[in-house]
Unconditional design. Structure first.
Length: 200
């Protein structure tokens, strides 16, 4: 395989998590998303809900990003904020899981955790807003009257989290090898294209 790992970033409601699961079913490759949070929760003895609250505090501040990355390089973990410590622990979990063999990682800035590897396929999943709103209502049970706000909130949260912890723009397509429109291609085709690219 040219690529042993897939790191997926995705717009809310685009089906990125489902695509990750389908890759696992088709390619028999382990898939990690919520499992990363579960391991961090156990290690730090913090509820997953609390971890997600910390993640929502990501500020998209360039200065904070520089500070965070500097502290991580220095190994000064004790001086990091709760948010910084959680992010660092997530990165460690991703690296530990990657050491076990090929894997699909959904979210959590996985490509950043594996930045030293050349065999990571970086993927961004998108779809038009109408489809994402429909998926949020039908698949996630979001109230139709609130769906616009929810889609915007989660996209902003993911964008801020990515920017805060990597210093990069989440929507900058130069960060990715593959950008797939799940609305146009469908879940199955997106998963197949990712697997085909891994095997090239």
């Amino acid at each position: 395989m040219k690529y042993r790992y897939v790191a997926i970033e995705r717009e809310y409601g685009s089906g990125g998590t489902e695509i990750g699961r389908r890759i696992t079913e088709l390619g028999e490759i382990p898939n990690y998303g919520i499992e990363i949070l579960q391991q961090v929760s156990e290690k730090l003895n913090i509820d997953i809900d609390r971890i997600e609250q910390y993640e929502e505090r990501a500020t998209n501040s360039f200065l904070y990003s520089i500070y965070l990355m500097g502290k991580m390089r220095e190994g000064a973990e004790g001086q990091l904020s709760n948010e910084g410590q959680i992010y660092l622990e997530e990165q460690k979990v991703i690296q530990k899981l990657a050491a076990q063999g090929p894997a699909v990682f959904v979210g959590r800035c996985a490509a950043n955790a594996l930045a030293d590897r050349r065999d990571v396929l970086k993927v961004f999943i998108r779809a038009d807003k109408e489809l994402r709103r429909k998926r949020a209502v039908e698949n996630y049970g979001i109230n139709p009257n609130e769906v616009e706000l929810v889609v915007h909130k989660f996209d902003r949260k993911r964008s801020n989290y990515y920017a805060t912890n990597t210093g990069k723009n989440w929507r900058d397509l130069s960060n990715y090898h593959l950008i797939l429109d799940s609305g146009k291609l469908g879940i199955e085709r997106c998963a197949g294209l990712i697997l085909d690219t891994m095997k090239e």
